[in-house]
Design a protein around this ligand. Structure first.
Ligand code: ATP
Ligand code: NCN
Length: 201
């Protein structure tokens, strides 16, 4: 009997910090597309966020591990954290496909990110490397015009109006971030004093 190819989701993000919007997006993509695993890939130096302060990659990586630890379908990859230089999705996908050549890859991205995808490095090649899953996000209009229809699926997910920007601003202002991010991430932010300083945005 022919062996089915594993279906792997990749959820790339700066995750500064990871929040429940990311986790719901990954969970819905896994359920709707029948994914066997979702690999979270925290960025090293995000190429589109060079103008802003981003927390050290190791903190973002560890918060992602904490947030995903209880879900047996979720894993976290260090490919982008460990690669020198700016993070580009073409490299993320190349590395993950090399590690899992037997898998079909689905890259999960929010409405705001998919809108910019034609400006990403080697954009045309990206669509040959993975199927893209564009998830809805409150405050952002979904537009996949101009993208290859057979390589992009739109997925409506429960609307969580949460952003990392808002979580950082709340933490900086001393407001609670409970229930916006997993409990372990709240504790991690407090333990390491993240987001107490300036956030240049
Ligand atoms: N609430 C959400 N609902 C759906 N998708 C989301 C949500 N938040 C983030 N995403 C998607 O998750 C991916 C990673 O997002 P990212 O780590 O940049 O979080 P963010 O909340 O957008 O951060 P920031 O506010 O710092 O820009 C992107 O594809 C983004 O569109
Ligand atoms: O490859 C690129 O040129 C590129 C440009 C901007 C963003 N991305 C990817 O999009 C994902 C979300 O990025 P961000 O900056 O919104 O956290 C993350 O996996 C990034 O590596 C990729």
């Amino acid at each position: 009997m022919a062996q089915l190819r594993p279906r792997i989701g990749v959820m790339g993000g700066t995750f500064d910090p990871i929040h429940h919007g990311h986790l719901v997006a990954a969970s819905e993509a896994a359920a709707e597309l029948g994914l066997d695993e979702v690999v979270f890939a925290p960025t090293g130096q995000p190429s589109f966020k060079q103008h802003q302060d981003v927390s050290p990659a190791e903190h973002r990586y560890l918060m992602t591990v904490i947030a995903t630890a209880s879900n047996p379908q979720f894993t976290v990859s260090r490919v982008d954290v460990d690669r020198a230089g700016l993070t580009y999705t073409v490299d993320t996908l190349r590395d993950l496909r090399e590690a899992r050549p037997e898998a079909d890859v689905f890259f999960v991205t929010g409405a705001d990110a998919i809108e910019q995808i034609l400006r990403w490095k080697d954009a045309a090649e990206l669509f040959t490397m993975a199927h893209f899953v564009a998830v809805t996000r409150p405050g952002h209009t979904m537009s996949v015009a101009g993208l290859p229809a057979d390589r992009v699926s739109v997925l409506e997910i429960p609307a969580l109006a949460i952003s990392s920007t808002d979580v950082r601003a709340r933490a900086r202002a001393g407001k609670p971030v409970w229930y916006l991010v997993p409990d372990g991430v709240v504790q991690y932010i407090g333990k390491h004093g993240l987001y107490r300083g300036q956030d240049h945005e």
